[in-house]
Design a protein around this ligand. Sequence first.
Ligand code: C5P
Length: 318
Amino acid sequence: MHVDRAGRQLVIQAPAKLNLFLEVLGRRADGYHELETLMCPVSLYDTLTFEPVDNDDSVGHARSPIDFACDWGPLRRTLGAESSDDSSRATPPEWPEPERNLVVRALDLLRDLRGVRATARVRLTKRIPVAAGLGGGSSDAAAALVAGNLGWRLGLTDEELSRCAAQLGSDIPFFLARRAAVCRGRGERVEPVALGAPGWFVIVRPASGLATAEVFRACRPCANGRDANQVLEALRAGGWERAGRELYNALEPAAESLNSEIARLREEFDQLDVLGHQMSGSGTSYFAVCRHARQARQIGARLRGRGLGHAFVVTGCR
Ligand code: C5P
């Protein structure tokens, strides 16, 4: 996450994430799943701008709502096709909603917590596909928490912000850490880790998406499953060349049973001379770990030509 100031306005670049490792260790009494996952933020960003607006007392005592608008840019074209897809049952029916709700809910949570009467003008430019396992909505919510805390000068500590984040969604505390991390619990217990070289990736988001809850419902937890150490040790010992062989995502079989595009992507990626490939998060995005930037750009161009979906060439965020 990068934060810039332009006068009273804050401009925040909210990154996507990739899951290099994800194990599902069990179902919990609260309906969530116990996880261990290694995530890294990557250079595909939504942009959130935040401008504080003082409450107009002449209109009475009611708090003004957050003035929020979302620009879906090129994603509107790409993702608009979802409703005509066979697997549309598995996609959120109104795909812009989760982002809108999470950003506004994050800011309202801060206002409730600190009794803030001011409002804000918030604009979100979406580039991260939704229902894709890339954490776009969670990253936007983390950006909103940082923006509200700075813009309204609330002075919340990192720990207080993390608590707010965990209240809003399992992945949101990760994005506050602003670096690669192993996340445990339902995802909210974040332990930052060093990955060394940033790595180059190609991500493909097929035409249809998947709802996270549905994928978790279909997965089979494994109580004595793997941990993230194997990928981390491989990274330390042999960089991405070794780590590419250790990628793991326990949600992939469940996602594949719900959406046929994932198996198709795996078959396509099997043809590539890359260091490794797998699905990110709960899907449907699929990514390759590439040897270097040039290979990533070549593969990105090749996959775009294959019409598999929206292809992005990204690197790990420092
Ligand atoms: O926490 P968040 O709202 O992002 O999670 C979305 C849904 O994904 C949850 O309602 C739950 O069904 C599922 N989930 C889960 N276990 C987790 C994280 C998410 O079952 N650790």
